[in-house]
Write a protein that binds this ligand. Sequence first.
Ligand code: ADP
Ligand code: ASP
Ligand code: MG
Length: 410
Amino acid sequence: MALLVQKFGGSSLATAEKVMRAAKRAVAQFEDGRQVVVVVSAQGDYTDHLIEMARAIHASPDPRELDALIAVGEQVSSALMALAIHKLGYGAISLTGAQAGIRTDEVSTKARIRTIDTARVRSELAEGRIVIVAGFQGVDREDNITTLGRGGSDTTAVALAAALGAERCDIFTDVEGIYTADPRIVPEARWTPSIDYDELLEMASLGAQVIHYRAVELAKRYDVVFRVRPSYNESEGTLVCNLSDQMEQVDVRGAALDAGEAKVTIRGVPDQPGVAARIFSRIARDGINVDMIVQNVSEQGLADVSFTVMESELTRAMDIAESLSDKLSAAGAESDSDIAKLSIVGIGMRSHAAVADKMFRALAEEGINILMISTSEIKLSCVIRRAAGEKALRAVHRAFELDRESQPEE
Ligand code: ADP
Ligand code: ASP
Ligand code: MG
């Protein structure tokens, strides 16, 4: 029997009516003769609310306890969804991540899924029930509750689709699918009917919050073809799959803004072999993800080392930077949260030397200063002042004429 995974995001479950509407979508597929697994996020901004509750008590909450708290949001949604399906007269059962067999590593607040034991889910499906799984959560080897990082319910859905060999995976959200940029910031952003895993992976890791980047990573690895589609109408949304045969034609495909990073600078570091290794191995040991790194060398054999981290990890990163500064006899550490990262993405970009020129000129024309730059095969990112972020995103979107072409079909 064909099996379908449906994932509903927080905004698609924000009210009792929306939960009922999502339940009807699951039931419609069940009625069509499919087995249905539904993955749910916390309602609305309930996860933010839970984080605020923790911070009201402790400024730097213990990650294990934070996970125990924020996993609650998805449990609320999963039980409500099961009740909604019961109300429609169908069998359904809600399962926590642990009950659904989702085992992760031990890295609280950004755990990775290690294995999924699908026995319980399969036996519930075989009993004729719709199975509702709380997204975003799992348990580690010692049964501690872990969460997968903000937006991680998408990853639960794709991982379950892979483990269960699902015929389809639908990610229901509050937009028509994937656009060339966030349509809330760039009104003329263009919807796309399909996108390649690699491009979406870059967009997602560069701040387009529409999908959790690890969901795309998993989908690519396990060949899970999935759709990002609206929960409020019947549109098919955007198909995410392997489009590598079309890649040669592609230039710049989209732009993304990430206002969730902060910059740390260690000033006056001795410019000697081994110093960078010492700094970044110490940071890696604490499990802090570093994104961009820039080193400016001064004339007196001293260097300033700057790097960006997730803003939520800034306090810990600064503690380490200050202690490293003392140990290296550097001039001190400072932080800057007033930044945003603007990126353009597209396979085949590197062969177009004009791309960087066009992006820098678009920013210059708006009087926007560039603080850091990084490039790869398929992306170009600039760190700028946060207040200029949205204006810069619109300017770059315009400069690359990303607003041309198709609209979604119902
Ligand atoms: P959900 O609660 O369903 O997981 P999210 O809020 O995580 O939804 O993601 C959907 C949001 O992502 C949209 O409302 C949109 O503002 C934002 N977004 C950012 N970049 C893009 C993009 N390139 N295409 C579509 N949506 C985007
Ligand atoms: N509820 C979690 C979050 O807000 C996970 C998710 O929505 O995917 O980050
Ligand atoms: Mg999301």
